[in-house]
Ligand binder design. Structure first.
Ligand code: 1HN
Length: 358
């Protein structure tokens, strides 16, 4: 008859054996089994909020001290306080605040991590993405996909400041980072201005003479006026999601998929006084409040946001949003690693059993 056997060795004998195993670059699974096969994930990343009122002066100070000739990119990285100095805002996502001063350029380069830019403060300026000069006004979302050449320029008289979002912690973990500087500081413009928007920006009217098979959205520019119009038009007509209010995804216009294979982008409107139900999902999210004030309760912790603040929700943490104003709508932009989890069959979502956290 087969049966489970019990251990006979003493602690001392076991320890000697475990020490000996190190000589062969092996280790017993059974002593760490509970750290590996956890009943559910527990992110090391902490819920955290970065205040615009604190970060903007630091970005301006960085611009006084460091030129774009010396810094490839003048970015203040938002490092999660739970991740021991890792270049990461959540386990898999990165966010930073980038500043380009009047007259400056940030030279052309390309890399395998994909990047998004959400414009926070500017009177204009641009990013050129593979020869397409994309204008950048506040609230605009700009994509610079994996291995696309990109350089930034400020041809206005006021600073440009934006939120950078990258999948760099994931790409580093997969040991797939490649980087290449462009041979010149600035790449040539080879397309009509804002070409991807001309070609794909009409949403449900897409070019019929060719098919797009790229893994990322071919649209590099989602201008704020369109986003705003969509939100304002829809909000009075629908309840939206119980967890996110009126939430829209920035989709690939050719197939309805996410902006990137590694990152999805959303914008959501919370009506005056609206408070959502709590849920959690294995994907992590970085939020930026575009307008309005409110709070998000993450794992029982209240993060109070003002316009232009940034905060993160680690994976598998309950979260719910509250618009604190009785008169104004609040709008949150966010990006998530959900497309990665989705494509690997690892995306799980769960509503809070009581609707709200206590
Ligand atoms: C990068 O290349 C940019 O191209 C922005 O503007 C932020 C953060 C980490 C690594 C590379 C950019 C970045 C970055």
């Amino acid at each position: 008859m087969l049966s489970h056997s019990s251990s006979e060795a003493t602690e001392a004998v076991l320890q000697t054996f475990y020490d000996k195993l190190e000589d062969f670059s092996v280790a017993p699974l059974w002593t760490v089994q509970e750290d590996v096969l956890v009943s559910e994930p527990k992110s090391k990343a902490l819920p955290h909020l970065w205040r615009w009122s604190e970060l903007r002066p630091q970005a301006m100070r960085a611009a006084e001290l460091v030129g774009t000739a010396d810094a490839e990119r003048r970015v203040l990285m938002m490092l999660n306080p739970g991740l021991d100095g890792r270049i990461a805002t959540t386990n898999s996502l990165f966010s930073g605040l980038q500043i380009v001063m009047p007259g400056e350029t940030a030279r052309a380069h390309r890399h395998t991590p994909a990047a998004l830019r959400f414009m926070v403060d500017s009177k204009g300026g641009y990013t050129t993405v593979d020869g397409d000069k994309v204008p950048m006004l506040p609230g605009d979302l700009i994509l610079t996909p994996n291995w696309n050449w990109h350089d930034h320029g400020n041809d206005t008289d006021s600073p440009m400041i934006w939120l950078d979002g990258l999948d760099i912690p994931l790409v580093r973990m997969l040991e797939s980072v490649f980087f290449e500087p462009y041979p010149e500081d600035v790449q040539p413009i080879t397309q009509a201005k804002d070409f991807s928007f001309l070609k794909y920006g009409a949403g449900s009217l897409t070019p019929a003479w060719q098919t797009s098979d790229s893994s990322h959205s071919p649209l590099m520019h989602y201008p704020w006026d369109k986003t705003c119009e969509a939100l304002q038009g829809l909000a009075p007509a629908t309840e939206g999601s119980p967890f996110d209010g009126v939430v829209l995804e920035y989709t690939n216009p050719t197939n309805g998929g996410p902006a990137f294979p590694t990152m999805g982008c959303h914008v959501q409107l919370l009506r005056p006084g609206e408070s959502t139900k709590a849920h959690r999902h294995t994907s992590s999210t970085i939020y930026h409040s575009v307008e309005g004030s409110g709070h998000t309760i993450v794992d029982g912790q209240k993060l109070s946001w003002e316009p232009k603040d940034v905060f993160c929700v680690p994976g598998w943490t309950y979260h719910e949003h509250i618009n604190a104003s009785d008169t104004e709508s609040a709008v949150l932009f966010s990006f998530t690693d959900a497309p990665v989890l989705q494509s690997l069959s690892l995306l799980r979502e769960q509503a809070h059993p009581d609707g709200h956290q206590s």
